[in-house]
Design a protein around this ligand. Structure first.
Ligand code: MG
Ligand code: MG
Length: 266
């Protein structure tokens, strides 16, 4: 079932998503060679709780037989696509790290992700990041009343594949609201004019996961971490948006990241 949100509910979602954006801005301050994802996770967790919210990912139930998610952020390094644990790995010059963050405040969820460069990153990897981020906005442009989910999917897929990258199939974007994951699914691949109709008040998280090499991924034995099979880098950018007439309303924000990184932002 797809829940449509009232304008009041969308404003509450904007608040949760703004806090996610602020938290990612904090991450931008600390991401550099020598730092560990575990340290970033501690900063994110305290920051979210200090702002009266719940870090939604912490304790998130996994598949049967796997541990609950151990962090407030997903921290996925280099060939890791998503759902990386915040480990004690020491970030080094040239790495990339995708940070995915979720909050719950006033009963509503926020969800946004950004792939950061650690120190000086190779040009071809930066190009992957840039294309993935741009593909997110290509998808967002299609996220308007009267279109279909497939219009978003096609926009992301076409943009990335034209540039020689591949789209992960096993993981998709999603509806979001009182729960982090609601209907409908929002794949990053698909056909125009197909899938659920977009209606005013729908809120969805659009989140391209794009690989430099092949689209194939492997699930690690921890039950969570997803990495590319060929171990080439993968990028992940995500916004939560509300469907409106004419133009999507982006509820999450990269403004706090960009304020920290300035001209070095991807
Ligand atoms: Mg996310
Ligand atoms: Mg999401």
């Amino acid at each position: 079932m797809i829940f449509l949100k009232t304008d009041e509910e969308i404003e509450l979602m904007r608040e949760s998503n703004r806090l996610v954006g602020m938290t990612l801005g904090e991450m931008a301050k600390y991401i550099k060679p020598g730092v560990t994802p575990a340290q970033l996770d501690k900063i994110a967790k305290e920051f979210i709780m200090d702002h009266g919210a719940i870090p939604s990912f912490l304790g998130y139930k996994g598949a049967p037989g796997t541990v609950d998610f151990p962090g407030a952020i997903c921290a996925s390094v280099n060939e890791q696509v998503v759902h990386g644990f915040p480990t004690d790995y020491v970030l080094k010059d040239g790495d990339i790290i995708s940070v995915d963050c979720g909050t719950e405040k006033n009963g509503f969820c926020g969800d946004s992700a950004y792939t950061f460069c650690v120190g000086e990153v190779a040009e071809d990897v930066k190009a992957l990041l840039r294309t993935t981020k741009e593909s997110l906005y290509q998808g967002i442009q299609k996220a308007v009343e009267g279109n279909r989910i497939g219009d978003i999917s096609d926009a992301v897929q076409t943009y990335c594949e034209k540039r020689g990258y591949s789209v992960v199939r096993e993981l998709v974007g999603h509806g979001i609201g009182r729960k982090m994951h609601e209907a409908p699914e929002v794949p990053n691949y698909g056909k125009r004019g197909t899938g659920p109709l977009l209606k005013k008040g729908m809120c969805i998280a659009i989140e391209p996961m794009i690989n430099m090499g092949s689209k194939n991924v492997v699930f690690e034995s921890d039950g969570w971490t997803v990495r590319t099979r060929d171990r080439k880098p993968s990028a992940h950018f995500e916004h939560t948006v509300a469907i409106r007439q004419g133009k999507a309303d982006i509820l999450s924000t990269f403004e706090f990241i960009e304020a920290v990184l300035g001209n070095n932002a991807i």
